[in-house]
Design a protein around this ligand. Structure first.
Ligand SMILES: Cc1ncc(COP(=O)(O)O)c(C=O)c1O
Length: 430
């Protein structure tokens, strides 16, 4: 196996990538569709499909029954908790809460946290975040008479105003909610430092790692964050949500739950019957990432010794993908920058690619973002447009009323050739 990650070695594992798109006006040729919509949701490898089919055909049952399929189902659920604990380097599988999506999990935990808020308490949010890491805190503050403090970002540099954010954190701060990486600007934030600042005043740190998860290793113990959320459908799994919480915190908080539900974490936060087949698929997605680590491990030999094997492999796999990210980011910027009048809303300095993920948003003269996305869609190139729920970002940039921005997001199954194709189609629109 080569050291350098090659997407062509894994693409065949993703059946959705084999979908073709008929190009009209070019003699009806059929070409592979180009999925540059990863930040909205990624495609899944065959092993994820197989795990879900296998669950539904062999183990489909409710939780806690006394018969074979229910026992099998519970084994899969336990294995999925362990896999997610490995992926996030959590101290225990009991720190992993499954749910329908990140938004629902965040709204749920924010209700439990709100019970401890008092008038005069403060919550810090940022204008760079997806609204799923803003509105739950606005609502919690509203319910409890607490105050929300907004950290800004630099609209030229597209990085968080760290000095301003630090100044907002004081002895009244109870929660600091921040994104690991922006789903609009692509910026990766220094969340470790922000967690430290929160802890210095006794506040809790909530990290939205949804956008970062497909792009790099996450280590909740190294970050020391109290809560962190990801969505498996953004890292090659099915539509699911996962919340990590430090066990003592999850144990102490009073969950919004029905009476017969478990009293202990994580069960007390997992409302109702879970999407078991989705959880089975998530387990397979984590194992897929570990396999990338196994295959490309030669590049990364330095690891802390106490990681179990799968932890090591996932960490390695995600580090390999993070390196490949820089290739994708550079290719995207190279192509987009050839377009006269384009405005890229994010870091473009090639020396700072480690500060971003290959999620690139742009506006282009007077062309409406939807018009550009539609034109690309007709050519079989799938990108997003609008605000992608990063409402505070598009508002701050003054583009919310103009249709937001076009967002092109690459993940490890995308090739540089696909990005060149994007550039060619865009150039043809000039
Ligand atoms: C950064 C970020 N946070 C949160 C969410 C919400 O995730 P979910 O769809 O799982 O609720 C998204 C989804 O786009 C996102 O990109």
């Amino acid at each position: 196996m080569t050291n350098l990650f090659d997407p062509n070695e894994i693409r065949a594992q993703f059946p959705a990538l084999m979908q073709t798109h008929v190009q009209t006006g070019y003699g009806m040729t059929e070409e592979l569709a180009v999925f540059l919509d990863g930040p909205g949701g990624t495609q899944v490898p065959q092993c994820v499909v197989d795990a879900m089919v296998s669950y539904l055909t062999q183990s489909n049952a409710n939780h806690g029954g006394a018969y074979t399929t229910s026992l099998r189902s519970d084994e899969i659920l336990d294995a999925a908790h362990a896999a997610m604990a490995d992926m996030l380097n959590a101290a225990s599988p009991n720190e992993i809460v499954f749910g329908p999506n990140m938004t629902t999990l965040t709204l749920g935990i924010s209700r439990a946290l709100a019970r401890e808020l008092e008038p005069g308490d403060e919550i810090v949010v940022t204008r760079m975040d997806h609204d799923a890491n803003i509105s739950p805190w606005l609502l919690a503050a509203e319910d409890r008479g607490a105050t929300v403090r907004w950290a800004d970002f630099d609209v030229e540099d597209y990085t968080l105003d760290m000095v301003g954010l630090h100044e907002l954190i004081n002895e009244r701060t109870k929660i600091v909610a921040v994104g690991y990486s922006s789903n609009a600007l692509g910026t990766v934030n220094d969340v470790r430092t922000i967690v430290k600042w929160a802890h210095e005043v006794g506040a809790l740190a909530f990290i939205d790692a949804v956008q970062y998860a497909p792009h790099g290793p996450i280590d909740v113990q190294a970050l020391d964050c109290d809560l962190l959320a990801v969505s498996p459908y953004k890292f090659f799994g099915p539509h699911e949500g996962v919340l990590y919480g430090k066990y003592e915190l999850l144990d102490r908080l009073q969950a919004y739950k029905v009476r017969p539900a478990p009293k202990d974490p994580p069960g007390k936060y997992q409302t109702g019957t879970q999407n078991h087949e989705g959880i089975a698929g998530t387990l397979a997605a984590v194992n897929y990432l570990a396999e990338i680590g196994q295959a490309y491990g030669a590049l990364y030999e330095k690891h802390s010794g106490d990681l179990s094997n799968r932890r090591l492999h996932i960490h390695t796999g995600m580090s390999v993908l993070r390196e490949y990210d820089h290739v994708l980011s550079a290719a995207l910027l190279d192509e987009l920058e050839t377009l006269p009048g384009i405005r890229i809303h994010g870091i473009t300095d090639r020396a700072r690619l480690q500060e971003r993920v290959p999620t690139v948003s742009f506006t282009w003269g007077t062309r409406h973002p939807r018009e550009i996305a539609e034109a690309l869609g007709k050519r079989g190139i799938f990108v997003w447009d609008g605000n992608y729920y990063a409402l505070a970002v598009t508002t701050r940039l003054g583009v919310e009323g103009e249709g937001g921005m076009v967002r092109v997001g690459a993940v490890h199954y995308n090739t540089v050739e696909e990005i060149r194709q994007l550039g060619e189609v865009l150039r043809a629109m000039v």
